[in-house]
Design a protein around this ligand. Structure first.
Ligand code: HEC
Length: 156
């Protein structure tokens, strides 16, 4: 499972010409964290931090910078590859923001990370086109966060 995800992320990275990411993606053995709740929450925070960069561009607060978008999406693509492995069954009873639906419908849940990864790749391509294409791609990207949270993350 983790091996497949790793392969998928490597392929996505290769499509973007991100040789550096291919080198830094952790091997499957590293995907089993001692504390999966802490590990996945930390990764989600890195995702939200990376998302700020394209969001400000989509809002017109900063210039669209394709290289900066590409750099920001690297950790997101990496996180989308690693995160599915950080919701093991053994963590279903631990206190966290994840709803039971994560373990009730694991395939649909994991598909959400595939959608995130694909949207991140699209965003990198859209940054090269700029303007409306970029704003549209950013909305699609943000929608992958929201649709997963609506179903699988407890309201704060
Ligand atoms: C496939 C599902 C899924 C996708 C896609 C997803 N998330 Fe999450 N996210 C979750 C779940 C589940 C939690 C709760 C994790 C926990 O508490 O163990 C969470 C938690 C978070 C948290 C809180 C972390 C903390 O410290 O507790 C933030 C912030 C976050 N997500 C941001 C994002 C952003 C931004 C995106 C999109 C760019 C995104 N997420 C995409 C499922 C998802």
């Amino acid at each position: 499972m983790t091996r497949l995800i790793g392969t998928r992320a490597r392929r996505a990275a290769a499509a973007l010409g991100l040789a550096g990411l291919i080198a830094v993606l952790p091997p499957p053995s590293l995907l089993r964290a001692a504390d999966p709740v802490e590990a996945r929450q930390r990764l989600m925070v890195s995702v939200v931090r990376a998302t700020r960069i394209p969001r400000e561009m989509a809002q017109g607060k900063t210039e669209i910078d394709a290289a900066a978008v590409r750099a920001a999406m690297l950790p997101v693509i990496e996180a989308a590859a690693v995160l599915p492995g950080l919701f093991p069954d053994s963590s279903s009873g631990m206190k966290s923001g994840a709803l039971p639906a994560v373990w009730r419908e694991p395939e649909a849940f994991r598909a959400g990370f595939t959608a995130l990864e694909q949207a991140a790749v699209q965003l990198v391509f859209a940054a090269e086109q700029g303007g409306d294409a970029f704003a549209f791609a950013f909305d699609a990207y943000a929608a992958t966060c929201d649709s997963c949270h609506a179903r699988y993350r407890a309201a704060e």
